[in-house]
Design a protein around this ligand. Structure first.
Ligand code: E4P
Length: 218
């Protein structure tokens, strides 16, 4: 499973990259705003900075909601850097734009996916990635993991190459459950990646090994 980090924070991206397990980055307009990145030029420069830190795919989301606007914006984003993946919302014009980019060989991430039917449409339009938001479904007492499993089954039934990018990950158990289901990618906060390191028996075991070494090497 690929690990993406869901942030526009350059320090967090660098920390995850330094760990050696990072495969890419996802951003969205809210995450860019959280970092205080505003204005077209600053936003485009920020995407370039992210691409310089990470080796993998970097999803950059369009703001337009009409086909022509999405195509114009998406083409400008894709031209920024070879690692950029154009992120499109799952609305009718987003699906049309996805097909357009897919035909041109430009990679896409179809976002704001909350149902298996939406994921099926994205795959038929040739999306590179589809982003089901599992945390936001859990937030409204709906089983987000079940959606990931449904999409996995549908994509496997027909051999769709669209990769399932489990998004809106909240914690480490989401990561582990998505891996068990067979999600191709997960994107979450830095804590959902570093949290996987933690086990008290590891800490206790290491302390004992080091103490025993000290005893024997006095
Ligand atoms: C997906 O790419 C989105 O950026 C993201 O995962 C949304 O997560 P949130 O529900 O934590 O905002």
């Amino acid at each position: 499973m690929k690990f993406f980090i869901d942030t526009a924070n350059l320090d967090e991206i660098a920390e995850a990259q330094a760990l050696g397990v990072l495969d890419g980055v996802t951003t969205n307009p809210s995450l860019m705003a959280k970092e205080g990145i505003t204005g077209e030029e600053n936003i485009l420069n920020h995407y370039k900075k992210i691409c310089e830190i990470v080796e993998g795919d970097v999803s950059a989301e369009v703001i337009s909601t009409d086909f022509e606007g999405m195509v114009k914006e998406g083409e400008a984003l894709a031209a920024l850097h070879p690692q950029i993946v154009v992120k499109l919302p799952l609305i009718a014009d987003g699906i049309k734009a996805c097909k357009y980019f897919s035909d041109k060989g430009i990679r896409t991430n179809v976002t704001l996916v909350f149902s298996a039917g939406q994921a099926l449409l994205a795959a038929k339009a040739g999306a590179t990635y589809v982003s089901p938001f599992l945390g936001r479904l859990d937030d409204i007492s709906t089983d987000g993991l079940n959606l990931i499993a449904e999409i996995r089954q549908i994509y496997d039934n027909y051999g769709f190459e669209t990769q399932i990018l489990a998004a809106s990950i909240r914690h480490t158990m989401h990561v582990i459950d998505c891996a068990k289901i067979g999600s191709d990618v997960m994107t979450g906060p830095l804590s959902s990646i570093t949290g996987l390191l933690k086990h008290p028996l590891t800490d206790i075991g290491l302390a004992k090994f080091l103490a025993d070494y000290e005893k024997g090497n006095k």
